[in-house]
Design a protein around this ligand. Structure first.
Ligand SMILES: Nc1ncnc2c1ncn2[C@@H]1O[C@H](COP(=O)(O)OP(=O)(O)OP(=O)(O)O)[C@@H](O)[C@H]1O
Ligand SMILES: [Mg+2]
Length: 299
């Protein structure tokens, strides 16, 4: 199967090129957000694409925005369903970009990554092993790798303009966004996580952790960016989960694991990622998409 990869896009009025998404100004209150096939790990963009990944991210986020339709959010439409007849510069936009796009409401972003963890793994496990804490929070002392927390924990981080996002203690988070907003974001994030965790369980999947972003739209705190994708979350199959081990990942952890075995200091330039790793990453992204949505992805 050959999929034409999209590494970069180049239309008029590009506002921002993130690690994965290219953002365009559509009109006064809307953005066109194109999920490219770029992949980043440890905040470094790999030189290679995972062809088709943007389509999966775009469709999976749409699934979750539909799922969370009672939560204020930025989603307006998939690129495919949008009528561009009034916007001349996008009238002849190729279907390959539309398949990876959505139209969203412009938000004033809140600069904090709202991380929720249901199970101890990844950087949280590393920190806990060393310090017994996670983001400076006290955590019960007898947890093993991959173990479920008694309830999901909120471990936000900064949104670094360049380089690595920094974990925030509760008081640092409160200083960053304000105490009241912090509590609101914590409550919404944990509620969304819990709803998603329940859905995943019905499909035989454990949602280990995820990251949400929020912004203000018309004065209301709203869910923005991507939602519960394998780029922003960790997904495990229930049958692979066994406390004391790190389960097989159906998300970006697969690439991180490979990178952790390379001689690399996690700053640019990244190592060359072999084709086999890229293909295997895509396979896992397709797998988790199809399990969670019960839809067959068309790439
Ligand atoms: N509705 C929205 N309004 C404004 N900005 C948004 C909206 N939804 C998402 N964004 C921002 O668009 C960008 C999406 O691109 P991407 O996820 O590739 O960036 P990133 O590399 O994760 O983050 P950044 O570039 O901010 O460091 C992010 O900066 C995200 O905060
Ligand atoms: Mg992002």
């Amino acid at each position: 199967m050959y999929i034409d990869p999209v590494l970069t896009t180049n239309f008029d009025r590009k506002l921002h090129s993130g690690k994965v998404r290219d953002i365009y100004d559509l009109d006064d209150d809307k953005l066109l957000m194109i999920s490219t096939d770029r992949i980043s790990a440890f905040d470094v963009i790999m030189s290679e694409a995972v062809p088709g990944k943007g389509i999966i991210l775009n469709n999976l986020s749409k699934f979750w925005f539909d799922f969370f339709d009672k939560t204020d959010n930025h989603f307006i439409s998939s690129g495919n369903d949008y009528d561009f007849s009034q916007i001349s510069r996008f009238q002849s936009i190729d279907i390959k970009y539309l398949n990876r796009s959505c139209i969203v409401k412009k938000a004033q972003r809140i600069d904090m990554e709202c991380v929720v963890r249901g199970y101890i793994t990844g950087s949280a496990w590393e920190e806990y092993k060393l310090t017994g804490k996670i983001n400076s929070r006290n955590i019960p002392s007898d947890l093993r790798e991959g173990e479920k927390f008694s309830k999901p924990i909120f471990t936000p981080s900064t949104k670094a303009i360049e380089g690595h996002d920094q974990p925030l203690s509760q008081s640092e988070g409160e200083n960053l966004v304000g105490k009241e907003i912090y509590t609101t974001l914590e409550n919404i994030s944990i509620d969304l996580f819990s709803q998603a965790h329940t859905h995943c369980l019905t499909k035989g999947i454990l949602l280990a952790d995820t990251k949400f972003e929020f912004g203000y739209i018309d004065g209301k705190i709203s869910l923005i960016d991507e939602v519960l994708t394998p780029d922003s979350s960790r997904f495990w199959k229930i049958e692979n989960h066994s406390v004391g081990t790190s389960p097989e990942p159906f998300d970006k952890q697969f690439l991180r694991n490979w990178l952790n075995n390379q001689e690399w200091d996690k700053s640019p330039p990244p190592p060359k990622v072999p084709d086999e790793i890229l293909k295997n990453t895509l396979k896992r992204y397709i797998n988790i998409y199809e399990i969670l949505t019960e839809d067959k992805i068309k790439l």
